[in-house]
Design a protein around this ligand. Structure first.
Ligand SMILES: Nc1ncnc2c1ncn2[C@@H]1O[C@H](COP(=O)(O)OP(=O)(O)O)[C@@H](O)[C@H]1O
Ligand SMILES: [Mg+2]
Length: 264
């Protein structure tokens, strides 16, 4: 488990009172997020758990500039970015954010290296001209140096997610956003995928925000939250186990538990 990086400056990511309301066709308002406050430091890993439909993906999409808050402020290293115009948002998204999704979302009919190089088509200078080399290096780092020219459909789920991680990291994002990254993988493969994400974040000082149903995955993060009724509630998952899982499943706030092996 990594320790949050101590910095003198503002947190990397800051949400203040962020809401997301949607007008429904019948005229009523759906309040998906009701007031989210969240700060994430460089190099810090934060996990968000919660039942299906509680707004986890909406929150991640706001963090990744794929969606905008209805109210509230979003600051990236102290700079407000919640209400940028569409061009500035797209640029910011590509420059500063890397995404990993449950279903990998790789381009079919493109090789692994083409998938990983794709975000670099929107970069400038060296990153654009050397995109194939950079993509190759990134695939080597995730252990897929032998599968550069393989199509995604010929890869296992775990390998596809490693390609997706290489794609998320290839532009050197400051924030990595993972929406149920292990949701389509078996336990061991999921653990290996999280090892990769944790290592990447620790090595580059990126902030990592993971959304997951899996409390063992969430327990790896530096801090954990449960999203319920549109707000984030801090929880503690030092010792994932049947009691905690049962408590979380019924929506209880899980009390602090001793770490495994702490001898308590
Ligand atoms: N644009 C939208 N219009 C209407 N309802 C939406 C929209 N986006 C999300 N929702 C609803 O908001 C709730 C939260 O969605 P989501 O963020 O995907 O939840 P989660 O990822 O926790 O499962 C769901 O009930 C979903 O149907
Ligand atoms: Mg979701």
């Amino acid at each position: 488990m990594s320790t949050p990086t101590v910095t003198d400056g503002p947190p990397l990511v800051e949400l203040h009172g962020v809401t997301r309301h949607v007008q429904l066709p019948n005229g009523s308002t759906l309040e998906i997020l009701r007031g989210i406050d969240l700060s994430v430091a460089p190099g810090e890993h934060v996990a968000v758990v919660g039942r299906s439909g509680t707004g986890k993906s909406t929150l991640l999409n706001i963090l990744g500039l794929l969606d905008s808050p209805t109210h509230g402020d979003y600051l990236l290293e102290g700079t407000p970015i919640g209400r940028l115009g569409s061009r500035a948002r797209a640029r910011r998204r590509g420059d500063d954010f890397g995404f990993v999704f449950q279903q990998f979302n790789l381009l079919a009919g493109r090789t692994a290296v083409e998938n990983v190089a794709a975000p670099l088509l929107y970069a400038r200078g060296r990153k654009f001209w050397q995109r194939k080399r950079l993509a190759t290096q990134m695939l080597e780092r995730v252990g897929l140096g032998e599968r550069l020219d393989t199509m995604p459909e010929k890869l296992s789920g775990g390998e596809q997610q490693r390609v997706a991680i290489a794609r998320a990291l290839v532009r050197g994002p400051r924030v990595i956003l993972a929406d149920e990254p292990t949701g389509a993988l078996d336990v061991d493969t999921g653990r290996a995928v999280m090892d990769l994400l944790d290592t990447a974040a620790a090595e580059t000082g990126a902030a990592l925000v993971t959304i997951t149903h899996d409390l063992a995955i969430a327990a790896r993060a530096d801090r954990q939250f449960r999203l319920a009724d549109g707000v984030l509630v801090p929880i503690h998952l030092d010792a994932p186990g049947p009691v905690i899982e049962a408590a979380a499943a019924v929506g209880a706030t899980v009390p602090a538990a001793p770490a495994l092996g702490a001898g308590a």
